[in-house]
Structure formats: structure tokens, C-alpha cells
Design a protein around this ligand. Structure first.
Ligand code: CTP
Length: 401
């Protein structure tokens, strides 16, 4: 049966992106009905929304005609899910407080369907304690939130508040509606992320600056594309929905968890694995001895997880590594591609500390026969681009076999 979405467009410059969202959903054969608020109408016209949805646009709680044909109660009853995109600070405040003084808020108050909310606003509005309270309230009331991205906002300020990418919102809607046509439906994926911790003694360790953000974004994008995702992680970030997490600490634990997850179709290694670990871990804290020389730390090499999985008898169909470099990006990436026997390397320039803990990355994509410079883009966009490439590759192989 045809799935149906009720899309509520509120007043934000991001409303223009909702037109693209409608197209994406329509391409998947999903029926879209729209409610457009008065402020939403300042950014997109009812005519363009109606032309794209091939449906009436609803914008007036007091319209005799609309209420007789399709009242605000029926609008949610006849949809499989309700999506608010963009969701302004105002509509979020109304939802949190149960206000119902226009068609959008009345429909939301009467809603009995799964609800997805994609906020878009200025970063000060986003960070305002009132908005935070309201968001927490609507989450507690059962809404699913698609966090806005960071970067340059339409108002010229920089910060968090930009509506999530249309691809992500569309993929989330499609996956919540249970669409079997997702490109990676039925595929299993393994992702490693974050830093490993190699213990010297009970209080000290060797680790590195990796935040895990890139790996988590890739795990999320793979799950949104329909894959069954196992994320083996040394990081402590919020786990994306529909992703199975396996928390590890050391490189050896990471390797064990990866081998245990096999067989998988796709493996992406973003983790910053410590190349060395202390040869012996002291059971008790190493103490200073007055007058004695500083202790010498003997290191031993850790297993190369990417290489082990690339050469494993259960090798995944597609194995992708990262290469954190501070110089000779391409040469080092090509050397790693050959040495680690993986299919693709995403080389990132980490010189000057510009990648660690940042939301941005700078990528050179390297495969056996080509290079692509993706330039400086957000980690979320890297994840989307990569998952698009993975999907094409997997579909291609499906066709060939
Ligand atoms: N990697 C891994 N296991 C290791 C070391 C690295 O799986 N013990 C993976 C990383 O997750 C990444 C790729 O190998 O996908 C390259 O990691 P990088 O740290 O750039 O390379 P190294 O092998 O550590 O080489 P070098 O330190 O000489 O740059």
C-alpha cells in the first residue's frame, strides 16, 4: 500500500529545502500532504508545494472548505507519519506546551502518528535554554529529532542550527516507513571509530586525539541507507539509532570485536588505532623513586586491524580505510592502499590539528585507479558521499553477479 507523509513546513529560510524533500519522497512513491504555516508561506509558496506534492496545501485552521474536505484531525489520521521540516523555534515551543492556535499546531496536538522533527534556526535560538527545554519536552513526549548541522547560517553567523541535509531527513523517513528499496537493505556493515586506549598502569594510558565523529556519522549514514550496522568504538558519543554498538578499549579488543562481527559486506575503518602498546602493563601505579632515573617505556606493535580484515578468509566485499596524514597525502594514501590491501582509502590532512574534534574534514578519495579531491566538507557530508559510493558499488556488483 502507498505510504503517506504529512509534512509541516514552518517559517525558516530552510523551507526551500523542503521542496527538495518532497521530491525525494515522491521519487520513492510516497504520498506527501503539506501543511504550510503563515511564516512558512513567506519562504515557499503554496503553489510550488502543491505542484510538487500534487495535492492540496493546507494552511488555514478556519478554512470552511479545507475543514469539510480534510479536517486537521484527519490530516494526521490519514498519514503514516508526520514530519516537521523545517521546525522553527516557535513551532517547537508550541508543541512543547500543547498550543493549538493555528492549523500546524492543532494538527500536531491531534497527532497520533510517529513524529520526526528537523529543527532549523539561528544558533543563539538553538542554544537558548528555552529551546533546549522545549526540545527535551517534545523528545520526552515521543518526537524524534534530527539534529541540525553546524556551519555558516543564512543569517551570516556561524554555529549550530542549519537544518539537517535533505538526504538524511529523506533517508530517515524512508527507513521509518520500512522501505525495502533502500540501497543497502539486507547488507551488513562494520565500522570502527574513535581512539584506542593502551594501558601503561591502572591510571595512565597511551591514546590519541580522535573524537570518533567521522566514524559515527558513517555508521549513521549506512544505517539510514538500510544496512545492518555494527559500530566497534573506543569513543563515547551518542549512538545513532539503528546501530549496534560494541564498546572496546584497546586495539586488541577492537580486533577481536571486528573478527567476531564477520561476515559483513562492507567494512569501514575510521578508528585511530594506537600503533603501539606498552609491552607490559603494570598492575600497580608506577611510582617515582627519589634519585632514580625515569622509567623506560617499552612498546610493542599492535595488530593492524584494517590489514587483518582485508586479508581475512571472510574478507568483506568492500573494505575501506582512512589515512590520517600531515604530509604527502596522495603518496602515503596509495602506499597504505597497497600495504593494507583495502579497496579505497579516504586520506585526510590532519596537519595543524584542523580535523580532530572538528565537524569538518578534508578528504582525498583514493582507489586503485583514481583520485577524487572532496575538499573541505563536513564529516556528515563525507559520510553521505561515501555511502552513496558504497551503494553504487554494491548495486553494481549485485548486477554483475
Ligand atoms: N588501522 C588499523 N589498525 C592499526 C592501525 C591503523 O585498523 N593498528 C587503520 C585505521 O583505522 C585507518 C588505516 O588503518 O583506516 C590507516 O591508519 P593510519 O593511522 O593513517 O595508518 P598507520 O597504519 O597507523 O600508518 P602510519 O602511522 O605510518 O601513518
Amino acid at each position: 500500500m502507498q505510504k503517506s507523509v504529512l509534512l509541516i513546513i514552518t517559517g525558516s529560510i530552510a523551507a526551500y529545502k523542503s521542496l527538495e524533500l518532497i521530491r525525494r519522497l515522491r521519487e520513492q512513491g510516497i504520498m506527501v500532504r503539506c501543511v504550510l504555516t503563515k511564516s512558512g508561506e513567506r519562504f515557499v509558496t503554496p503553489l510550488s508545494v502543491s505542484a510538487l506534492t500534487e495535492n492540496n496545501v493546507y494552511n488555514d485552521l478556519w478554512s470552511l472548505k479545507d475543514e469539510t474536505e480534510m479536517g486537521h484531525i484527519r490530516l494526521s489520521r490519514e498519514a503514516d507519519m508526520v514530519v516537521v521540516a523545517p521546525a522553527s523555534a516557535d513551532i517547537i515551543a508550541k508543541m512543547a506546551n500543547g498550543l493549538a492556535n493555528d492549523l500546524a499546531s492543532a494538527t500536531l496536538l491531534a497527532n497520533n502518528k510517529p513524529l520526526l522533527v528537523a529543527p532549523a534556526m539561528n544558533s543563539y535560538m538553538w542554544n537558548n535554554p528555552a529551546t533546549k527545554r522545549n526540545l527535551q519536552q517534545i523528545k520526552d513526549d515521543g518526537a524524534e529529532i534530527i539534529e541540525p548541522g553546524s556551519g555558516m547560517l543564512a543569517c551570516g553567523e556561524i554555529g549550530q542550527g542549519r537544518m539537517a541535509e535533505v538526504d538524511i531527513i529523506a533517508a530517515m523517513i524512508i527507513s521509518r516507513l520500512g522501505n525495502k528499496n533502500l540501497p543497502l537493505a539486507g547488507k551488513k556493515a562494520l565500522v570502527t571509530a574513535g581512539a584506542t586506549i593502551e594501558e601503561i598502569d591502572p591510571v595512565r594510558f597511551i591514546s590519541n586525539k580522535s573524537s570518533g565523529k567521522q566514524g559515527y556519522a558513517i555508521a549513521e549514514a549506512l544505517a539510514l541507507a538500510g544496512a545492518d550496522v555494527i559500530l566497534v568504538s573506543g569513543a563515547s558519543l551518542p549512538v545513532p539509532s539503528n546501530v549496534k554498538i560494541v564498546k572496546i578499549s584497546s586495539a586488541q579488543e577492537m580486533l577481536e570485536a571486528c573478527e567476531k562481527s564477520l561476515p559483513v559486506d562492507i567494512a569501514v575503518f575510521t578508528a585511530a588505532v594506537s600503533d603501539f602498546r606498552p609491552q607490559d602493563t603494570s598492575k600497580s601505579k608506577i611510582k617515582k623513586k627519589p634519585g632514580a632515573a625515569a622509567p623506560i617505556l617499552k612498546l610493542t606493535e599492535n595488530p593492524d586491524i584494517l590489514k587483518t580484515i582485508s586479508t581475512h578468509k571472510k574478507r568483506p566485499q568492500l573494505v575501506i580505510g582512512f589515512a590520517a596524514e600531515t604530509e604527502n597525502l596522495e603518496n602515503n594514501a596509495r602506499e597504505k592502499l597497497a600495504r593494507k590491501k583495502c579497496d579505497w582509502i579516504l586520506a585526510n590532512d590532519v596537519s595543524g590539528g584542523k580535523v580532530f574534534d572538528s565537524d569538518m574534514n578534508e578528504i582525498l578519495f583514493v582507489s586503485a585507479n583514481k583520485n577524487e579531491n572532496w575538499g573541505r566538507i563536513s564529516k556528515q557530508s563525507v559520510a553521505q558521499k561515501l555511502v552513496e559510493k558504497i551503494s553504487l558499488q554494491i548495486v553494481d556488483k549485485k548486477k554483475k553477479s
